[in-house]
Design a protein around this ligand. Structure first.
Ligand SMILES: CC(C)(COP(=O)(O)OP(=O)(O)OC[C@H]1O[C@@H](n2cnc3c(N)ncnc32)[C@H](O)[C@@H]1OP(=O)(O)O)[C@@H](O)C(=O)NCCC(=O)NCCS
Length: 181
C-alpha cells in the first residue's frame, strides 16, 4: 500500500457522526477509547479529540486536556523562578496533556504519528497559549511509542520521579523554551 501524503490528510474535531467501526490500532486500550469513551469524555468537557482522515477514513487521532504539573516534577531549569532565586515561585503550573494519540495499524511508520504530534503542538502554541496561560505540554507515552516523542525534536524531557524506586513514565515540553530558545 502506497504511503499517504500528509497534505492529503484532513483534520476534523470529533462529533457524533464519525464512524470508528473499521478503526484498528495496535493498542486495544486506544481502540476502546476512540470507540467507547472519546465522545463521552468530550461531552463531559474532560478532553477534546481531533481526527485525521484520509479519503473519508479515520487514520489517526489525538486527544487533549487541560492539566497541571507540580514544579518538583520538572527539571530545575524549567521552573519559573524569581530573579536571584533558585526556588520555584509556583508549585503547580498549567499544561496541556496529550492524553491519547494513535495511528491505524495499516498506516503505521509513514510519519503520520509524528505529524499528528506536530499538529497538536501547533494547536497548543498557536491557539491555546495565545488565549490561555499554558507553559508545558505533558504526555505519558506507552513504552513502544516513546521514540515517537523523543525523536520529534520538540524537546520532550523525562519528568523527575516523585517516588524513589518507581520509574518515571511521564515526559514534558517546556513551551516557553521551545518558543524562545
Ligand atoms: C505510536 C504510534 C502513534 C506511532 O505512529 P506512527 O504513525 O507509526 O509514527 P511515525 O511513523 O511518525 O514514527 C516516528 C518514529 O517513532 C518511532 N516509533 C513509532 N512506532 C514505533 C514502534 N511501534 N516501535 C518503536 N518505535 C516506534 C520510530 O522511531 C519512528 O521513526 P522511524 O519509523 O523512522 O523508525 C502508533 O504506532 C500507534 O498508534 N500505536 C498504538 C497506540 C500508542 O501506543 N499510542 C501512543 C500513546 S502515547
Amino acid at each position: 500500500m502506497a504511503p499517504i501524503k500528509w497534505d492529503d490528510i484532513s483534520v476534523e474535531p470529533l462529533n457524533g457522526d464519525h464512524d470508528f467501526s473499521d478503526f484498528y490500532c495496535v493498542s486495544e486500550d486506544l481502540n476502546d477509547f476512540i470507540k467507547n469513551d472519546a465522545r463521552r469524555e468530550q461531552e463531559c468537557m474532560l478532553s477534546r479529540t481531533y481526527l485525521f482522515l484520509h479519503e473519508g477514513s479515520v487514520v489517526g487521532f489525538v486527544s487533549l486536556s487541560a492539566d497541571s504539573v507540580l514544579a518538583p516534577r520538572l527539571k530545575k531549569e524549567d521552573w519559573v523562578k524569581k530573579r536571584d532565586s533558585n526556588k520555584p515561585i509556583y508549585s503547580s503550573l498549567p499544561c496541556i496533556l496529550i492524553g491519547r494519540l494513535a495511528v491505524v495499524r495499516k498506516r503505521e511508520r509513514q510519519g503520520i504519528g509524528t505529524n499528528i504530534l506536530y499538529w497538536a503542538v501547533g494547536l497548543i502554541t498557536n491557539v491555546v497559549c495565545k488565549s490561555v496561560g499554558c507553559r508545558y505540554i505533558t504526555v505519558d507515552p506507552k513504552k513502544d511509542a516513546l521514540d515517537l516523542y523523543l525523536k520529534s525534536g520538540l524537546g520532550f524531557t523525562q519528568m523527575e520521579a516523585i517516588k524513589a524506586g518507581k520509574p518515571e513514565t511521564r515526559y514534558y515540553i517546556n513551551i516557553y523554551k521551545l518558543l524562545n530558545d
